[in-house]
Design a protein around this ligand. Structure first.
Ligand code: PEP
Ligand code: MN
Length: 373
């Protein structure tokens, strides 16, 4: 199901938005010197869009929450000195007024704000009649509808130059990522709104420096449009997100390593691709047929359990299935995460089938009423 939006290209005068666009700058604007020095160095390596947080929503209190409006003149100065476009995060009406007053060129809505429809609506209402590009980060929760909703609210208020930023999703369990990328969610957003530019924020996905290249490359291989990445003149001394920021020269190195693949499938390779896709379609047919057969057996098991008054969930059996298939999956080059998700989904579908059978009245399935022992 598509989403109807009136979008215009995310253009800024003088900026070529060929892939990849790069928006870079520190997590927070910490001082006039830090902003200016970082901006000058980034400008030297060809960056044209500068990011810096002025108001920093922090998960826990007592962390550095940004210098607020006091930092806006620093951005203005950096813009005058380097000609770069300035981007900052806005989370409420006051932020929008202040940012516009100080000539901020690009606004972004942070993950915690996208998750709050009232806040997004207030920002959208305040922006009515203003022609400014806005980047909407994904909400902290893996909820594509909430992300789309925020984009729609801004678009309905007349904002045409919109982009989506993928910054990963909150997770409870330990993982190598600070925020889990869950690539299928930005992919789904692109499917629903094909014309919206998608940029990835590897800094907030990784939470460290070591995976930044891999995540940025992944975004490029998914044909996303660019990255928004944190860069600080002296990362070790950063007042927020010190572990994930890159020096401008390390950012230059990262960008030089990015491999850009094109998305057009030219005729010489399209035949091979066509053939490969046919094979995929064939296998997908087989997968669906086998799943159908598997669920028919699940129905029979449901009948048996109903007749014999046995519970649907048999934890021991489920554990056996998962362990066995995980071992098999590993030998077949399938990740543990994939096999777990696949089997959880299959198991859930089997349970749903069996529940339906259990709840059918006896007249419907012709079974004898079973007495409780
Ligand atoms: C940020 O960009 O510095 C930031 C706070 O990001 P997010 O809203 O993605 O957490
Ligand atoms: Mn940050």
């Amino acid at each position: 199901m598509g989403v109807n939006l009136e979008l215009e290209p995310f253009l800024l005068p003088g900026i070529v938005t060929d892939r990849p666009w790069v928006i870079a700058g520190p997590c927070s604007a910490e001082s006039e010197e830090q902003v200016l020095q970082t901006a000058v160095e980034l400008s030297k390596i060809g960056i044209r869009m500068f990011r810096a947080g002025v108001w920093k929503p922090r998960t826990r209190p007592n962390a550095f929450e940004g210098h607020g409006s006091k930092a806006l003149p620093w951005l203005k100065k950096a813009k005058e000195e380097t000609g770069m476009y300035m981007a900052t995060e806005v989370a409420n009406v006051k932020h929008v007024y202040e940012a516009l007053k100080w000539g901020v060129d690009i606004l972004w809505i942070g993950a915690r704000t996208t998750a709050n429809p009232f806040a997004v609506q207030e920002i959208a209402d305040t922006l009515k009649g203003v022609d400014i590009p806005v980047i909407v980060k994904n909400p902290v929760s893996p909820d594509v509808e909430l992300w789309i909703g925020a984009i729609e609210r801004l678009n309905h208020a007349g904002i045409r130059r919109l982009a989506a930023a993928h910054r990963g999703f909150a997770k409870y369990e330990q993982s190598e990522y600070r925020n889990h990328p869950q690539w299928q969610i930005p992919i789904e957003l692109k499917r629903r709104i094909p014309s919206i530019p998608m940029i990835t924020d590897p800094s907030h996905i990784c939470g460290n420096r070591k995976n930044l290249l891999e995540v940025s490359q992944r975004a490029m291989d998914l044909n996303f449009d660019g990255i928004i990445i944190e860069s600080h003149i002296n990362p070790e001394a950063a007042m927020s997100d010190a572990q994930q920021q890159l020096t401008p020269s390390d950012l230059k190195l990262l960008l030089s390593k990015l491999i850009l693949r094109h998305s057009d499938v030219d005729s010489s390779i399209s035949l091979t691709l066509e053939e490969l896709r046919e094979k995929i379609d064939l296998y997908d047919d087989q997968v669906m047929n086998i799943l159908e057969k598997r669920m028919c057996i699940a129905d029979q098991i449901g009948e048996y359990k109903k007749t014999n008054n046995v519970t649907i969930l048999q934890t021991k059996r489920w554990d056996e299935i998962l362990t066995k298939r995980m071992e098999q999956g590993l030998m077949k080059g399938l990740s543990e995460e994939f096999v777990t998700r696949l089997y959880e989904a299959i198991h859930q579908e089997s349970i749903n089938h069996q529940t339906k059978i259990m709840n059918k009245s006896n007249g419907e399935n012709g079974n004898q009423k079973v007495e409780h022992k």
